[in-house]
Write a protein of this length. Structure first.
Length: 467
């Protein structure tokens, strides 16, 4: 299947672009400039797939089990594998069936239904790793000045005294204490914590009549939700996929997640929070990997200035939006600038293009230039590029071709590379240009005369091409 360009931009698309431009006219500084740079990358509803092809991100799911007997996570069976596949399908529906904003703002441009972002699940890998599973846990503090000596006790009042205030700061972080005694360590539970001059006083719930305490420390909550250890350990820091880690936590059973990188995200306790909530959470965290921030502090001008975070709450038209990047019970909308930002990230940044199918050559994604035109936006294409007879393509922004893709020029056609590069973003090479009479994949015949021509202007050039 090939794509054919439209001779002119549709009037409707032009009007939508003008609306956003007018909407941003009152902005100043880098905020306005950033928004202006995004506008060319917004895939309005009536834009062709030739001009705005789907961007498909390659995903590998990792199920990190606590142990083989009690995994406390998905199990390696057909039922749970289907839940994971359904989750990716849900994300695809979420990003392709967007609705209108619940909170309207002045001059809000028309909503976009399809972000043109997709996710392809390439594999599901199971790991048994208790450390990698536990993303939020309590650990005994032991180091530096801890544990602190217990300087005095009141067995009658169940009180422990520490002649310093550093102990107060530590015990204020935990409900429990680990107390060393002459008979070994015991765990006591904090009832009250007070300062008395320069002394820290801890009142515990348990009787301490029989104890001979020596020193004490506390449990500190350690959060591995946003760390890269699983990505480094379990994937060898692979930067050719988006890695989705399903993990757990010993300290809490609620669902939570984090997505600090374009290469990985974490979703903990999916199996404990329900499939609907887990799907919503995953779609939200994936938004972070795509470069989107939370909406309580608007990232773009076409978002409401205030968006109350209220997990699971119904959306309304004043305080709680239905944005995927908010905390709400709807999560079915993205603004045009949010969508344009995502699309731009995966059209211009090589480290992001590498995790998409734009690196995987597919002749069915061949693009045909059937009318002379200018490309004024960076893009990455998965198939070959065919410039038809007597047509001219002027490329004014960087173009990235898939591994092994070619540019074909039919008779009397022309390719202009104007102060930009045609290259490969995938760590490999594209195959270069081919002059032909007429493009036929099974039989390419070179023309004797009226050959297609290539013109390089200013710093225009080919890079990472097979000579």
């Amino acid at each position: 299947m090939g794509f054919h360009t439209q001779p002119i931009m549709k009037l409707k698309s032009l009007i939508q672009t003008l609306l956003i431009s007018l909407f941003l006219a009152s902005s100043t500084g880098s905020f306005a400039q950033r928004s202006a740079d995004i506008i060319p990358f917004i895939p309005f509803n009536n834009e062709s797939h030739q001009n705005f092809p789907l961007i498909t991100i390659k995903v590998i799911a990792h199920v990190v089990q606590r142990n083989s007997t009690y995994p406390e996570n998905f199990k390696n069976n057909d039922t749970d594998r289907k839940i994971i596949r359904d989750l990716i399908n849900h994300c695809n529906r979420t990003y392709s069936q967007l609705t209108v904003p619940s909170i309207k703002i002045a001059s809000n441009p028309k909503s976009i239904v399809d972000s043109r972002i997709r996710f392809r699940l390439d594999d599901i890998i199971f790991h048994v790793d208790s450390s990698g599973w536990d993303r939020n846990k309590f650990m005994i503090v032991n180091g530096g000045k801890w544990p602190y000596a217990i300087d005095s006790i009141s067995k009658e009042n169940k009180e422990l005294f520490f002649f310093n205030l550093n102990a107060y700061r530590g015990f204020n972080q935990s409900d429990s204490l680990i107390v060393s005694t002459t008979n070994g360590p015991v765990v006591l539970h904090k009832k009250d914590l007070q300062k008395s001059g320069k002394t820290t006083v801890v009142t515990v719930k348990e009787a301490i009549d029989e104890l001979e305490p020596i020193n004490a420390t506390y449990f500190r909550r350690v959060d591995y939700n946003c760390t890269s250890d699983n990505w480094k350990k379990l994937t060898d820091s692979d930067d050719r996929h988006l890695h989705l880690f399903f993990t757990g936590a010993s300290s809490k059973r609620i669902q939570f997640g984090c997505a600090p990188s374009p290469y990985f995200l974490n979703v903990s306790n999916y199996v404990y929070g329900g499939q609907w909530a887990g799907n919503q959470l995953t779609a939200h965290e994936i938004g972070h990997t795509l470069g989107l921030g939370h909406t309580n502090y608007p990232q773009f001008k076409d978002l409401p200035r205030k968006d109350k975070f209220c997990s699971g709450c119904p959306c309304n038209d004043t305080t709680i939006s239905n944005n995927i990047m908010g905390y709400n019970g709807c999560r079915n909308y993205l603004s045009p600038l949010q969508i344009g930002s995502m699309y731009k990230n995966y059209s211009t940044k090589e480290k992001r293009i590498r995790i998409t199918t734009a690196c995987d050559y597919d002749p069915d994604q061949t693009s045909f230039i059937t009318s002379s035109q200018k490309w004024n936006r960076e893009r990455a294409i998965q198939g070959d590029l065919i410039i038809k007879k007597k047509q001219t393509l002027e490329i004014n922004q960087n173009l990235y071709l898939a591994n092994g893709a070619s540019i074909y020029l039919e008779k009397k056609s022309k390719l202009i590379i104007n102060n930009c590069i045609v290259s490969n973003a995938c760590g490999s090479e594209w195959k270069g240009t081919v002059l032909c009479r007429k493009f036929k994949r099974k039989r390419i015949r070179s023309p004797r005369f009226n050959k297609g021509t290539i013109e390089f202007i200013a710093e225009g050039r080919f890079e990472k091409v097979i000579e």
